[in-house]
Write a protein that binds this ligand. Structure first.
Ligand code: FES
Length: 257
């Protein structure tokens, strides 16, 4: 059963240009078990379900019953959300989808986490869980430019962290794949979240590795009912998977990017 709650905002701040971190409290946090899952947040009282926004879980603190979501202000929904203050509530549906498999990597092995832009947040909780499991974590985070970089220090607490910016204003100039190749980063399992071209490049660069990709697909309902998020399955003209409920995390090769 999908759960829904009016969660209370305990903290809300801008952390980079047009990037906001919002911390919510509520009983729903008890249901949030997998890094990589998302919630569907509605910020207006209007009934239109399309006014919900899928936001991935960045931090889950079940002890404090708090979770943090990071989002980019870019449309009407996220602009309205950015104006909300601590003490106010937001309507949250979730947690939704299937997250990153933690058991794909064993204690002492190396995990490479690769995030692009607003795909970075779900990797934070993943990094935390992997380090708790004694997995060696390396993170490579890609952004357009310096002013939209966030969570560099936070990821560095979990292991080696490299930044790439397209314009070279911070870290390596270029893409996440440039950093991985230049530094010859070795790993047993790769987990990534970000735009499709980045995921595709990673899938092609490491065809023989264990690679898990979280898709930032355009979503409507978030619960499998509207078909806004479908992806084709390789080798079939008719088979498809829904990002919202079959994903958002898929093993590389499971869907056509
Ligand atoms: Fe509606 Fe996936 S978002 S089916």
């Amino acid at each position: 059963m999908i759960k829904r709650e009016q969660m209370k905002i305990v903290h809300h701040e801008q952390i980079a240009k047009n990037i906001y971190a919002i911390t919510l409290t509520g009983y729903l946090v008890e249901e949030m078990n997998e890094p990589g899952q998302f919630v569907h947040v509605k910020v207006t009282s209007q009934a239109d379900p399309l006014l919900r926004r899928p936001l991935s879980l960045c931090r889950i603190d079940q002890g404090a019953r708090e979770c943090t979501l990071i989002y980019r202000k870019e449309g009407i929904g996220t602009t309205l959300l950015s104006e909300k203050r601590p003490g106010e509530t937001v309507d949250v549906l979730g947690p939704l989808g299937n997250g990153f498999p933690l058991d794909a990597v064993e204690k002492g092995q190396r995990a490479l986490l690769v995030g692009g832009g607003i795909g970075v947040p779900p990797l934070y909780e993943l990094a935390k869980r992997l380090v708790e499991k004694d997995v060696v974590v390396t993170s490579v985070l890609g952004f357009q430019t310096k002013e939209v970089v966030f969570y560099e220090r936070e990821f560095a607490e979990f292991g080696e962290t490299y930044i790439a910016t397209v314009d070279g204003s911070h870290g390596t100039k270029g893409f996440v794949t440039d950093v991985i190749h230049e530094r010859a980063i070795s790993f047993d399992v790769l987990y990534a979240c970000g735009p499709k071209p980045m995921l595709k490049a990673l899938e092609q660069a490491f065809p023989h590795k264990d690679v898990y990709l979280s898709l930032e697909e355009r979503m409507g309902c978030g619960i499998g009912a509207c078909f806004a998020c479908v992806c084709r399955v390789p080798g079939s003209e008719t088979a498809y998977k829904k990002v919202c409920c079959d994903g958002p995390v898929f093993k590389a090769g499971e869907v056509v990017l």
